[in-house]
Design a binder for this molecule. Structure first.
Ligand code: 4AD
Ligand code: MG
Length: 466
C-alpha cells in the first residue's frame, strides 16, 4: 500500500515529491475523456481547487472497469508521477493500478455538467461541495475561521463559549426560536389556561440565542479582552440575500475600550481578515473572480488600501437627504437606515467602507451607552460595499440606573437580566464590543451574491432540508 498523496502536494509542493516514482491518489472524477488507446481523468480531492491529471493506457486495464469510471466516481489510483507536456498543469500521473471505490450512475448523478444554477445547487446541497465553487467557499470559510482565532489569540484575547440555549433576549428584538420538550399535542396548562412553562425541561421558557454578547460582557468584566464565535439564531421572516435564520457571529468584548477604540479594533480586524484571504486563498479567489465577479480581488485590495470613513448617523441622514436619489424607504432622522441607504453611502457617495456612529436611541438595543444629548447612543455599524451592514456594535451602558431604566422601557424585564445588571452593580467599568456576521464576511470575501451560498446548509424561512 502506498500512502495517499493529497493533490495539493502535486500542485504546490511538487519539489517534495520524486519524479518517476509511484504515488497514490484518492479522489473523485471530474471529467473523463479519451479514445481506445489513451484515457484522461481529471480528479479532485478538495485539498485544492485544481485537479490532478491521470493518464491511462487503455489496453493495460480491464475494459469493464474503465467503463464504470464516470463523472462523480470515487477512485484510488496508483501511478508514476511525471512532468506534464500539456499546458495548464505541471505534472501528470501515469496509472499503474486503479481501484474503483464507488461508481456514480450517469443517468442519476446530478452533477454531470458545469454551469448549474445556484438555485439548482441549493436543492442538492449535499452534493454541491463537489463543485469548484462550493469547494472554494468551504475552504475560504475554513481559512477565515482560523484567521479569526489567530487574530484574537495573537492579541491576547480569550475565546469564551457562551450558551446556545438561553432565557434572555440579548437584542431585545423578540425574534427567537423556542426550545422545548413539552408535548405539543398535550400542553400542560396553568389555572388561567396559559401554557405552564414550569413543567418544561428547564422549568422555564428558553430560546436559541440571538447573540452571545451579554455573557461575553460578563467575561470581559473579569478577563478584559474576550471574544465569542458561535452559532446564532434569528426567527425574523427576512427572505433576503443577506439574512439567515442560523448564522455564525464573532463577538469581541473589551473592558476599558470606548467607542473609538471599538472602531479601531473593528477596522483592524476586518482588514486583517481580508489580507489573510488575499495571502492564503488566492487560488480560490482567482477562480471566483473569473467565474462570478470580475472585480472581486480589486475590491478586496481597495478595502484595505485606505482608512474607513467615520461619520455620525445624523451626518449620514443629511448626505442621503441631499443626494437627490430616489429611495424605496424614507430617509428621515429617527428611522433606521435600510440596505439601499447603506449601500448608497458606501458604493456611490464615499466609495469605501463607512462606520456610522451615534444612532437614535430608540432604534438600537437597550444596552448601548447613552450620549449626553439624551437622543442618541454610542452605537457603531460598519457598512461594506455589496453587503451593507457587516458589523454592529457599541460602547455599553455602564451606569446601572440608566441601563435598568432603559431596558425596562424597551420591554426587557429586570428578572430576565438581573445577572447582567450585576456587572453594573459590582465593579462596573467602561467597555465596548461588536458582532461580525461570519456569513456576511464570507459574502464579501467570495463575491457570492446570496448568503445561502456561503454556508454549507442554509436555514431560511421554510427551508431546513439536509
Ligand atoms: O447588529 P447585530 O444584531 O448585533 C448584535 O447581535 C450585537 N449583540 C453584536 C455585539 O455588539 N456584540 O448583529 C451583528 C452582525 C450584523 O452586523 C450582521 O453582520 C450579522 O450579525 N447578522 C446577520 N447575518 C446573517 N443573517 C442574519 N439574520 C443576521 N443578523 C445579523
Ligand atoms: Mg445591527
Amino acid at each position: 500500500m502506498i500512502k495517499r498523496t493529497p493533490i495539493i502536494d502535486i500542485i504546490k509542493n511538487s519539489d517534495k515529491l520524486v519524479l518517476n516514482e509511484e504515488i497514490n491518489i484518492k479522489a473523485w472524477v471530474r471529467t473523463k475523456r479519451g479514445n481506445k488507446g489513451i484515457m484522461f481523468l481529471a480528479v479532485n480531492d478538495g485539498s485544492i481547487i485544481h485537479n490532478a491529471q491521470i493518464i491511462i493506457d487503455v489496453p493495460n486495464f480491464d475494459d469493464a472497469l474503465l467503463r464504470s469510471i464516470t463523472t462523480g466516481s470515487c477512485v484510488s489510483v496508483n501511478g508514476i508521477l511525471k512532468e506534464s507536456p500539456a499546458a495548464g498543469q505541471s505534472h501528470e500521473i501515469h496509472a499503474t493500478e486503479i481501484e474503483l471505490y464507488g461508481t456514480a450512475d450517469p443517468e442519476k448523478y446530478p452533477l454531470q455538467k458545469k454551469g448549474h444554477s445556484m438555485e439548482f445547487l441549493r436543492e442538492i446541497a449535499h452534493l454541491r461541495p463537489r463543485t469548484n465553487t462550493f469547494g472554494a467557499v468551504y475552504r475560504i470559510r475554513h481559512h477565515m475561521t482560523f484567521a479569526i482565532h489567530k487574530f484574537f489569540n495573537d492579541r491576547g484575547f480569550f475565546n469564551v463559549h457562551t450558551p446556545i440555549i438561553t432565557g434572555s433576549d440579548a437584542e431585545g428584538a423578540g425574534a427567537m426560536f423556542r426550545v422545548t420538550t413539552l408535548d405539543m399535542n398535550n400542553l400542560p396548562k396553568t389555572e388561567d389556561g396559559k401554557v405552564d412553562n414550569s413543567k418544561d425541561f428547564f422549568g422555564r421558557m428558553v430560546n436559541l440565542t440571538v447573540s452571545g454578547q451579554l455573557e461575553a460582557e460578563l467575561a470581559a468584566m473579569a478577563l478584559t479582552q474576550v471574544y465569542t464565535f458561535g452559532p446564532t439564531f434569528r426567527a425574523e421572516n427576512s427572505n433576503t440575500p443577506r439574512h439567515l435564520a442560523e448564522f455564525w457571529m464573532i463577538e469581541p468584548e473589551v473592558a476599558f475600550n470606548d467607542i473609538n477604540d471599538n472602531m479601531d479594533l473593528a477596522e483592524d480586524f476586518i482588514k486583517y481578515l481580508v489580507q489573510y484571504a488575499l495571502d492564503n486563498c488566492m487560488d480560490d479567489l482567482e477562480f471566483l473572480n473569473k467565474m462570478y465577479d470580475k472585480e472581486l480581488i480589486e475590491r478586496l485590495k481597495a478595502v484595505n488600501a485606505e482608512p474607513f470613513v467615520r461619520k455620525t448617523y445624523t451626518e449620514a441622514v443629511e448626505i442621503l437627504q441631499q443626494s437627490g436619489q430616489k429611495f424605496e424607504y424614507p430617509v428621515d432622522w429617527g428611522y433606521d437606515l435600510q440596505s439601499e441607504h447603506e449601500r448608497y453611502l458606501v458604493e456611490k457617495h464615499f466609495g469605501k467602507p463607512v462606520i456610522l456612529t451615534d444612532y437614535p436611541k430608540a432604534i438600537k438595543a437597550f444596552y448601548m451607552k447613552q450620549n449626553e444629548d439624551g437622543k442618541t447612543v454610542r452605537a457603531m455599524d460598519v457598512l461594506f460595499p455589496k453587503i451593507g451592514e457587516i458589523i454592529g456594535g457599541s460602547q455599553r451602558e455602564d451606569n446601572l440606573e440608566k441601563l435598568s431604566q432603559w431596558a425596562k422601557e424597551q420591554g426587557v424585564p429586570e428578572k430576565d437580566i438581573w445577572w447582567y445588571l450585576d456587572t453594573r452593580r459590582f465593579g462596573s467599568g467602561p467597555h465596548s464590543g461588536f458582532g461580525l456576521g461570519f456569513e456576511r464576511l464570507i459574502l464579501f470575501i467570495t463575491g457570492m451574491s446570496n448568503i445561502r451560498d456561503v454556508i454549507p446548509f442554509p436555514r431560511t424561512p421554510h427551508n431546513a432540508e439536509f
